[in-house]
Design a protein around this ligand. Structure first.
Ligand code: HEC
Length: 191
């Protein structure tokens, strides 16, 4: 929620800044020195502000590709946490996955239903296994979830930056991690 409020504040700020520049430009023209050079200058300012807004929009409004990087990282950590029987950590990672997923549901509403279905079918099952502190149940649920990730990738269609159709994201395949995503930085056993 906080993230989205921050996003709105940023967006409003950017719009106000744009309005201020346009108004300042209008002021110049009516006052005295209305020259082609001034107008060109103004166009450049508006253009660079638009570019800045685009960059801000992307950073505070991450698309699914960015959301998925965090999603995948946490899914990897989750595996190591369960191996260390750190069930609180497993539950924490699930929680965080749900949170970043919500961002994806907002920024990419077309994928919202599929993401929610994934959560209900797979993440909640992993969470139940963690609550039960049941390693075997966890492993079954985790493997099913990995298959679930990949089946969504296979069936998802999209568009590349240049507008070319992407008929499937099956080229994105995840697996049970073979290496710690934090490269040993995190002690999965916790305290
Ligand atoms: C609702 C469908 C859906 C589900 C469920 C889903 N993904 Fe994705 N994932 C996508 C799409 C679509 C992309 C490509 C997004 C883009 O670039 O716009 C993607 C991209 C990715 C990427 C980015 C790859 C890269 O190299 O940048 C990773 C990693 C990833 N997904 C991991 C996962 C994991 C792990 C899960 C399961 C826990 C999962 N995804 C579940 C649809 C899904």
């Amino acid at each position: 929620m906080f993230k989205n409020t921050k996003l709105k504040v940023l967006a409003i700020f950017a719009v106000l800044a744009l309005a201020a520049i346009v108004l300042a430009g209008c002021g110049n023209t009516t006052a005295s020195s209305s020259s082609a050079a001034d107008n060109g200058d103004l166009a450049k300012k508006v253009d660079s502000l638009q570019k800045l807004m685009d960059v801000q929009q992307k950073s505070v409004n991450p698309g699914l590709g960015t959301v998925m990087i965090e999603y995948g990282q946490r899914m990897g950590k989750l595996w190591y946490s369960a191996q260390a029987k750190n069930w609180d950590m497993v539950r924490y990672q699930i929680d965080e996955m749900k949170e970043i997923q919500e961002t994806g549901e907002i920024t990419r509403p077309a994928r919202a239903d599929a993401l929610k279905a994934f959560e209900g079918k797979y993440l909640d099952t992993i969470d139940k296994a963690a609550q039960a502190k049941d390693a075997a149940q966890f492993e079954t649920a985790y493997k099913a979830a990995i298959d679930g990730c990949n089946s969504c990738h296979k069936s998802a269609k999209g568009k590349a930056g240049d507008g070319t159709e992407i008929p499937t994201y099956g080229f994105i395949k995840v697996q049970i991690p073979t290496g710690d995503p934090t490269n040993g930085f995190q002690d999965y056993k916790g305290n």
